[in-house]
Write a protein that binds this ligand. Structure first.
Ligand code: CDP
Length: 222
């Protein structure tokens, strides 16, 4: 396919809506880069937690963020040169990440890092991609599904990774984290103005990907 334009697509939505998989597949089909911003917030939380830095310890947070380095490749995430690929996607990290992500210092420090990835077009997934980080994006999507559907997907995903997930705990976490992310002061989770609200409860991830790719292809040729 002839790429005519460096398109920016944002995919925001609640926990476990399938954003990561869909974003990855959309990027691959369109031949443009993919940015998983949840992985960045999870990596910050992982490093802070490992070093005993709480989300309320402002001086220590500033210092940690000053030295924070992240390298994301197709199959690995290195935070401060530590391979955190698996560790950031555990139930423990699900429970720890949101208070770090609600912190103003953390969010401000990660803005440039995220925007600098968009030079050749981008598909980015997160909570505030369309509202704050890329407000001028060409296509903004709010991908959602019922909490039960999302918890079930997360349960199967964790099982496939060889973890030993508990459905009720995952469901509780999904609801708790959405509530935290939606009600924080800075960059709360909400659909961006003009966002396409896509409820994937009764769709497969491939169907979601196909729908987004079809619209994006049209935009890229305009
Ligand atoms: O994969 P899942 O939907 O469970 O979450 P994620 O995308 O990996 O994001 C983990 C957490 O990071 C979220 O619950 C938010 O608290 C935070 N986050 C954020 O605040 N802003 C973003 N752009 C991405 C993630």
């Amino acid at each position: 396919m002839q790429k005519k334009k460096n398109i920016i697509i944002t995919i925001d939505g609640p926990a476990g809506a399938g954003k990561s998989t869909v974003t990855h597949d959309v990027a691959q089909k369109l031949g443009i880069p993919y940015l998983d911003t949840g992985a960045i917030y999870r990596s910050v939380a992982f490093i802070c937690h490992k070093n005993g830095v709480s989300p309320n310890n402002e001086p220590a947070l500033v210092k940690t963020l000053k030295n924070f380095k992240i390298t994301i490749t197709s199959d690995k995430i290195l935070a401060n040169n530590i391979d955190v690929t698996k560790e950031i996607r555990t139930h423990e990290m699900d429970q720890l990440v949101s208070p770090y992500a609600a912190n103003a210092t953390v969010r401000a420090n990660l803005l440039d890092l995220q925007r600098s990835q968009a030079k050749n077009g981008l598909v980015a997934d997160g909570r505030d991609m369309g509202t704050c980080v890329f407000p001028d994006a060409d296509l903004k999507i709010f991908l959602t599904a019922t909490a039960e559907t999302r918890a079930k997907r997360r349960f199967l995903e964790r099982q496939a990774k060889g973890q030993n997930p508990n459905f009720d705990e995952i469901l509780k976490d999904v609801i708790r984290r959405d509530d935290y992310d939606m009600n924080r002061e800075i960059a709360p989770l909400k659909p961006a103005l003009g966002a396409w609200i896509l409820d994937s409860s009764d769709m497969t991830q491939d169907e979601v990907t196909e729908k987004i790719v079809a619209v994006a292809k049209k935009l890229m040729q305009e």
